[in-house]
Design a protein around this ligand. Structure first.
Ligand code: BGC
Length: 723
C-alpha cells in the first residue's frame, strides 16, 4: 500500500468496468459475476438486470427451492460446484448468496432468498459460502442489510428497531461471517433508518467489522453508492460498477482538503488488494467443468427440494402402469428460475412432460384449455396439473401486490378434479402463493418453488417415487395475505417501510397469534412415516430416536424449537434453534443428535446493546414443522447477568429488586413517610404492584422535600459500584 500513490489507492476502490476491478501497480484485476444459483458470466454488453445474454452455466435450484432441502451438506456441494464453474469461466467472486429474510411474500425477489427464518438462512448461507470458497472463489453475501422489498429499493428506508434488526435481519449475516468468513459482503441499495447502507458507519464498520470481525471487502450493490466519500469513510471498500473515475477523483480531493482521513482510503485499497491477491493466487487455469455431473447434482438437489404438501389416500407415488394426463403449459415450458440479475443461461433444461413420459406407461398432454384438459383427465388414470406463476408475475425490481394464482388456473383445476379425483398438482413459483383453494380441490400437491434446470427430471422422480420426497417449507403458506404480519406495512410509503411487526416475522407471528395457516413453516410429507421417541436433553444437546414406521426408505428432517414462556420480552412461542436429518429404511430406527448454540436462545437487549440469554425453563419442542411438535422437554438455563445501571429514572420495582439498593431505598422511604410504610416488612404486595412502575425520582418529587435526593443518589451509586 505504501508503494501506491493516493490516486492509485483511490482507483483501487472502484471497478475498471461493470464486472472487473482495476489492475493497479502489482495488484491484479479480478472478475465478479452473478450469482447466486449459477454463473452469469456476460461476454457482450453488461447489465445487472439479466437482460443481455451470458455463457451457458448450470442453473441450480434458486434459494427458494434450495432452502426446502434443509440440507447444508448438499448446499455446500452446490457451492463447490459453482466454484468449479467460476474457475472454468475465469470468475474470482460470485455475487451470492442472497440471505435477506422473506419478510413479506410479496417481495419480488423472494425466490433469491432462503427463508423467513434467520437460523435456517444462516446455516444454509454459510454452507453455500464454504462450498464456493473451498474452490478458491470468493462469495459476496448480499444484500447487507434489511433489503426486503423491491419497491423503490434504491431510496427506500427500512425503518427497523435495533432488536428486530439484530434478531431477524442481521442474524444470518452474523452467522455466515462467523462460520464461513466470506471474502466479500455486498451493501444493499436501501437506507436503514434513514442512512444508505453503503454509507452507514454503524452497519459497515461498528457491526460488521468491529463486532463481527469481518476482514474482507465490503462492495456496494451495483449502483448503491450515492456519495463515495461518505461511503469510504463509513467503511465501504469497493464501488461497483465504476463511475468512469469521477468518484476516484472525489476521494482524492476529499483527502487533500481534509474531509476524508487517508487511513480510510488505505483500508479500502488494502482490502481490495488482499482480495485480488487471494483470488488470483487460488485461481486455476481455466478447466472445463463436468456439465453432466453438475446437471445430475442439480437434479439431486431439485428432487430433495420438492415438498409433498398433501397426499390424501396415498395417491402418490404414481404407479408405472398408470396412464397419465399431464396438463398445463409449465409441463412443456417449465418455470424454474427468477428474473433479474440472477438469470442464468442453463446448460440444458429438463422438460417435465418428457421426463414423466420416460417413467410412465402412457402419457397424454393438454396445455391447459379447459375442454381439452377435462377430456384428457377423464380418459386417464391420473391427472397431473402444473400450476404456478409466470415469469412476469415476479422478479427482481418489482414486488407483487397479491399472492394469488391466476384465476384461470384454479378454474382449470376445478374442472379437472370434477372428472378426475386422482389429481396431483405440481406448483412452480418464486414467492409464496395462497394455496387454500388448491388444497381444497386437489388430493395431492407437490411444491418445488423454483427448482433450476433439472426441475423436470426431479418432478418426475418424485411423482414416481424414484425419490421419496423430504423437502420442507422454508416459509409459511398463510391462509390469507391479510394475515401476514407485515401486511399493513408493505411496501411502505413516501420512501419509508416501517418494520412494525418487529421480531414477529413468518411463523413467529402466526404461532404467536394462533392463526390458522394453510401449511406451516417446516411442513413436508413423505411416502413413508416417522415416529419420534426418547427425547433426552443434556445441556444444549438434543437427542431422540426416530423410527421409520412406513414401508419405504426415506429421509426425515427433525426440527428443534425453543420457547421461554416466562420471558420478560415479547417473544414468539417457539423459534428454530436447530435441525438435522436422518435417512432410514422401512422399520429402521436411528438416533438424531442436534446440538444448538446457547446464543440462539438469546434476544437482543436494546438497553444494553448486546445479546442476552434469559435464565429460566426453556421449552424445547422437537417436531416435523413449527406446528407439528412431537416431543417436548424442559431445559433449565442459567441466564446472563443483566444489570442495567440504576438511576433516579429507574422504577421502584427495578430498584427494590436490587439486593444492595433495595433495602436502603425502602429504609429511606419509610423514614420519610409520615406514618411509615404499610406492611412492616417493606412495601405491601398490593401497594407494591401499584407503585412498582413509578420512577424513584418522581417519588422524591412527590415527597415535597422529605426524601433526601442526594442520599438516594449516593445509595444508587454505591449499588451500581457493587454490581
Ligand atoms: C442486484 C445484485 C447483483 C448486482 C449485479 C443488482 O441489481 O441487486 O444482487 O449482484 O445487481 O448484477
Amino acid at each position: 500500500m505504501i508503494a501506491l500513490t493516493l490516486e492509485e489507492k483511490a482507483a483501487l476502490g472502484s471497478g475498471a468496468d461493470f464486472w472487473t476491478t482495476k489492475a493497479v501497480g502489482d495488484v491484479p484485476a479480478i472478475v465478479m459475476t452473478d450469482g447466486p444459483h449459477g454463473v452469469r458470466k456476460q461476454l457482450g454488453s453488461p447489465d445487472h438486470l439479466g437482460i443481455a445474454g451470458s455463457i451457458p452455466a448450470t442453473c441450480f435450484p434458486p434459494a427458494a427451492g434450495l432452502s426446502q432441502t434443509w440440507d447444508p451438506a448438499l448446499v455446500e456441494r452446490i457451492g463447490a460446484a459453482l466454484g468449479d464453474e467460476c474457475r472454468a469461466a475465469g470468475v474470482h467472486v460470485l455475487l451470492g448468496p442472497g440471505v435477506n429474510i422473506k419478510r413479506d411474500p410479496r417481495c419480488g425477489r423472494n425466490f433469491e432468498y432462503f427463508s423467513e427464518d434467520p437460523l435456517l438462512t444462516g446455516i444454509l448461507g454459510a454452507a453455500w459460502v464454504m462450498g464456493l470458497q473451498s474452490r478458491g472463489v470468493g462469495a459476496s453475501v448480499k444484500h447487507f442489510a434489511a433489503n426486503n422489498a423491491e419497491t423503490d429499493r434504491m431510496r427506500s428506508s427500512s425503518d427497523v428497531d435495533p432488536r428486530t434488526l439484530r434478531e431477524i435481519y442481521l442474524r444470518a449475516f452474523e452467522r455466515i461471517v462467523a462460520d464461513a468468513a466470506p471474502w466479500t459482503v455486498m451493501c444493499s441499495y436501501n437506507r436503514i433508518n434513514g442512512i444508505h447502507a453503503a454509507q452507514d458507519v454503524w452497519l459497515v464498520t461498528t457491526v460488521l467489522r468491529e463486532q463481527w470481525g469481518f476482514d474482507g471487502v465490503v462492495v456496494s450493490d451495483w449502483g448503491a453508492v450515492t456519495d463515495r466519500v461518505a461511503s469510504v469513510a463509513a467503511g465501504l471498500d469497493l464501488e461497483m460498477p465504476p463511475s468512469g473515475g469521477a468518484t476516484d477523483a472525489e476521494v482524492v480531493a476529499a483527502v487533500r482538503d481534509g474531509r476524508l482521513d487517508e487511513a480510510a482510503v488505505d483500508r479500502a485499497a488494502r482490502n481490495v488488494a488482499r482480495l485480488a491477491a487471494k483470488a488470483t493466487e487460488s485461481a486455476s487455469p481455466a478447466v472445463a467443468f463436468d456439465v453432466d455431473a453438475h446437471h445430475a447434482l442439480a437434479r439431486e438437489a431439485a428432487g430433495r427440494a420438492v415438498v409433498l404438501l398433501k397426499n390424501d389416500g396415498d395417491l402418490l407415488p404414481l404407479r408405472p402402469d398408470d396412464s397419465i394426463a399431464v396438463i398445463g403449459e409449465f409441463a412443456q415450458s417449465p418455470r424454474y428460475q427468477g428474473g433479474g440479475s440472477s438469470h442464468v443461461n442453463p446448460t440444458r433444461v429438463d422438460i417435465p412432460l418428457s421426463e414423466i413420459g420416460a417413467l410412465a406407461g402412457s402419457v397424454s398432454y393438454s396445455h391447459g384449455s379447459t375442454a381439452d384438459a377435462v377430456e384428457a383427465a377423464l380418459a386417464a388414470d391420473v391427472a397431473v396439473v402444473f400450476l404456478g406463476l409466470a415469469a412476469s408475475d415476479e422478479s427482481e425490481g418489482y414486488d407483487r401486490d397479491h399472492i394469488e394464482l391466476p384465476a384461470t388456473q384454479l378454474e382449470l383445476l376445478e374442472a379437472v378434479v370434477a372428472v378426475q379425483p386422482r389429481t396431483v398438482v405440481v406448483l412452480a413459483h418464486g414467492g409464496v402463493v395462497r394455496l387454500a383453494p388448491v388444497a381444497a380441490l386437489a388430493p395431492a400437491i407437490l411444491d418445488g418453488a423454483l427448482l433450476g434446470q433439472a426441475a423436470g427430471g426431479a418432478i418426475a422422480d418424485v411423482l414416481f417415487g424414484v425419490v421419496n420426497p423430504s423437502g420442507r417449507l422454508a416459509e409459511t403458506v398463510p391462509a390469507r395475505l391479510e394475515d401476514c404480519p407485515s401486511y399493513l406495512n408493505f411496501p411502505g410509503e413516501h420512501g419509508h417501510v416501517l418494520y412494525g411487526e418487529r421480531v414477529f416475522v413468518g411463523y413467529r407471528a402466526y404461532d404467536a397469534r394462533g392463526l390458522d395457516v394453510t401449511y406451516p413453516f417446516g411442513h413436508g410429507l413423505s411416502y413413508t412415516e416417522f415416529a419420534y421417541t426418547d427425547l433426552e436433553l443434556s445441556g444444549i444437546t438434543v437427542r431422540l430416536t426416530v423410527t421409520n414406521t412406513g414401508t419405504r426408505r426415506g429421509r426425515e428432517v427433525v426440527q428443534v424449537y425453543a420457547g421461554l414462556p416466562t420471558s420478560t420480552v415479547a417473544r414468539p412461542p417457539r423459534w428454530l434453534v436447530g435441525f438435522a436429518d436422518i435417512t432410514l429404511d422401512a422399520g429402521e430406527s436411528g438416533t438424531v443428535e442436534i446440538e444448538f448454540r446457547r446464543g440462539d436462545l438469546a434476544y437482543w437487549d436494546a438497553r444494553l446493546d448486546r445479546w442476552v440469554v434469559e435464565g429460566g425453563d426453556y421449552v424445547i419442542s422437537v417436531g416435523a414443522s413449527s406446528r407439528d411438535v412431537r416431543l417436548t422437554g424442559t431445559l433449565a438455563v442459567d441466564g446472563d447477568d443483566v444489570r442495567v445501571p440504576l438511576t433516579l429514572e429507574s422504577t421502584l420495582g427495578e430498584i427494590l429488586a436490587d439486593p444492595v439498593a433495595g433495602p436502603r431505598v425502602v429504609a429511606a422511604l419509610s423514614s420519610a413517610a409520615p406514618s411509615g410504610l404499610p406492611d412492616s416488612g417493606g412495601l405491601g404486595t398490593d401497594i407494591m404492584r401499584m407503585v412498582a412502575d413509578i420512577p424513584l425520582g418522581r417519588v422524591v418529587a412527590f415527597s415535597g422535600g422529605r426524601i433526601d435526593r442526594a442520599h438516594l443518589e449516593q445509595v444508587l451509586a454505591e449499588a451500581n459500584a457493587a454490581r
